[in-house]
Design a protein around this ligand. Structure first.
Ligand SMILES: NC(=O)c1ccc[n+]([C@@H]2O[C@H](COP(=O)([O-])OP(=O)(O)OC[C@H]3O[C@@H](n4cnc5c(N)ncnc54)[C@H](OP(=O)(O)O)[C@@H]3O)[C@@H](O)[C@H]2O)c1
Length: 298
């Protein structure tokens, strides 16, 4: 798999990124986690998506423990993490309620924690996890600059930002991506300016929950069932799987998204990678939208 440029200024990531959010639920030991990482890397999925809060502040350390078993592996990977959400957790007794914190002090402290947990000296990409009404763009830009100058983080971006929120921070410091939710059951970013902005700035969006957390393929409500029937039919026409068609639906977009595949099953990661070879024409693509919306395009 050829690595791709997330933005004209980098970083280079694998065209399919592995999401580590659910890793704590997998109940694996460090050797099993290392095997999953190695098998991803062998198929070209070399970029891994994290956040400080995943697994209630536990996933980065689980991943880092596995990485520490394989000296030299870190150099073959690109590590993405996020900060800005504070969870109520026994590990953070000072948090009274879930809230956001995009202060420079928190951003820098969170990155230091991530580096320690992941057993690495730098992140390839750091994202502000969610828009924060209390975010001071100058303060965030100053924290990013400090982290870059210290060699701790190479590139910066955001997640779940609306175009105006993205514009504000991007006016202070160049951002590499907006990581957003997008799948046939959640199509708002196709029309709300989010993807237009990415295309205009030549930044690729990163896409979370590309299978709607699994509901796209297993959901039992009417809309999910309609979409499943169409994914099945298209998969049959192309001799592939419905999951591969779902990833190809994202990859067809001209903003050239990077989907995050979040399965513990290597076979499912392979289905995501297979989508890089599947081109959907406009009729296949629209048929999926039509199944989701319940009506033809105007
Ligand atoms: N920035 C944000 O706010 C944000 C939010 C959420 C997630 N993320 C990132 O996005 C990544 C991906 O999100 P996600 O895990 O929700 O992705 P997803 O691909 O939509 O969902 C993965 C889930 O679907 C199941 N699944 C996968 N393939 C399947 C299939 N063929 N049939 C049935 N079920 C299937 C998986 O179970 P199995 O493991 O059993 O296959 C897993 O539980 C996360 O790991 C995280 O890195 C970011």
């Amino acid at each position: 798999m050829t690595p791709v440029e997330l933005s004209p200024a980098g970083p280079q990531l694998s065209a399919i990124v592995a999401g580590a959010w659910r890793m704590a639920e997998w109940g694996w030991n460090a050797q099993q986690r290392l095997r999953w990482i190695n098998e991803c890397v062998e198929m070209g999925v070399t970029s891994f998506d994290h956040a400080d809060i995943y697994g209630g502040y536990s996933v980065e350390a689980l991943f880092g423990e596995a990485l520490a078993l394989a000296p030299g592996l870190r150099e073959r990977l690109q590590l993405v993490s996020k900060c800005g959400i504070k969870l109520v957790s026994p590990l953070r007794p000072q948090h009274r309620l879930k809230h956001y914190d995009t202060s420079a002090a928190h951003i820098v402290a969170s990155v230091d924690n991530s580096l320690r947990a992941l057993h690495t000296d730098h992140l390839d990409l750091l994202l502000i996890h969610r828009p924060d009404a209390l975010m001071d763009a100058d303060e965030v830009a100053a924290a990013f600059t400090r982290l870059r100058e210290a060699g701790k983080v190479r590139h910066f971006g955001v997640s779940n930002f609306r175009p105006s929120q993205f514009e504000l921070l991007n006016s202070r410091i160049a951002l590499a991506t907006n990581q957003i939710e997008l799948h046939p059951l959640h199509r708002a970013p196709l029309h709300d300016g989010t993807l237009d902005q990415c295309q205009r700035l030549r930044l690729r969006p990163m896409i979370w929950s590309p299978l709607a957390g699994g509901a796209l393929l297993t959901g039992s409500d009417e809309v999910a069932r309609r979409v499943q029937a169409v994914l099945q039919a298209i998969a049959q026409r192309h001799a592939t799987s419905p999951a591969t068609v779902a990833f190809a639906w994202l990859l067809r977009l001209p903003s050239r998204p990077l989907p995050l595949a979040g399965s513990r099953r290597i076979e499912a990661m392979r289905e995501a990678v297979a989508a890089l070879e599947l081109h959907l024409d406009a009729q296949d693509w629209t048929e999926i939208c039509q199944a989701a919306s319940g009506h033809e395009v105007p």
